[in-house]
Write a protein that binds this ligand. Structure first.
Ligand SMILES: [Fe+2]
Ligand SMILES: [Fe+2]
Length: 217
């Protein structure tokens, strides 16, 4: 158990670190030649992993652009530091997926230029309506991303939890961060916007379409 806790706590540390960055306990020496994703055994597994990683990277990229849009409008408001805090975590998520994509030789989705504009526009336009609208957007998006990570975690657990231990660590840690962002949105009056249910469902429909497209293009 202690080993597992330590491997999960240094996701962003250098691969050759010898000690846990938090408690300085010795880390497990890696016996495998990869850091997160095992080399695919066949073309079917490669297709699955490519699809998973491509859409996860796209999701983190889109989330970064949404928070960038929110900060462009609300950066100097009292909500600015809170949004910045969530954005900083998204930056780490994106950085990790950039590394994983490079290591696994997976190309990013061709839709990144579109998500660049669409994400920023969604973040900025909801923020222009007020901080509660920005939080409603955060709740909708973060709930979609958490559910998406959960479905990948389930699929990998059913397939072979031992084989995907490192990837599962990353996905679970990021899923927990997204749930925290979701809860932060709820704590900051997301549900007070008029037509909250409709707003949330429209944004989540967009997220589903974005996930569907990013897995395939
Ligand atoms: Fe994220
Ligand atoms: Fe998030």
């Amino acid at each position: 158990m202690q080993m597992a806790a330590h491997t999960g706590s240094h996701l962003f540390g250098p691969l050759l670190a010898r000690q846990c960055l938090r408690c300085r306990a010795p880390l497990r020496q890696r016996s495998c030649a990869y850091s997160v994703v095992p080399p695919p055994l066949d073309s079917e597994e490669k297709r699955m992993l490519d699809r998973f990683l491509r859409v996860d990277h796209a999701g983190e990229y889109g989330a970064n652009r949404i928070y960038a849009g929110q900060m462009a409008v609300l950066g100097r408001s009292r909500t600015g530091p809170l949004i910045q805090e969530m954005w900083d975590q998204e930056k780490k998520h994106l950085q990790k997926f950039n590394e994983i994509l490079a290591e696994s030789r997976v190309r990013p989705t061709a839709l990144l230029p579109f998500w660049n504009i669409a994400g920023f526009a969604l973040g900025a336009s909801t923020a222009l309506l007020g901080k509660e609208w920005a939080m409603a957007c955060t709740v909708a998006v973060e709930e979609s991303i958490s559910e998406h990570y959960n479905s990948q975690i389930r699929a990998l657990m059913e397939r072979d939890p031992e084989r995907y231990t490192e990837l599962l660590h990353v996905l679970k840690e990021f899923r927990d961060d997204e749930m925290e962002h979701h809860d932060t949105g709820l704590e900051h009056e997301a549900e007070s916007v008029p037509g909250y249910w409709l707003v949330k469902n429209v944004i989540q429909l967009g997220c589903k379409a974005a996930i569907y497209a990013s897995e395939r293009i």
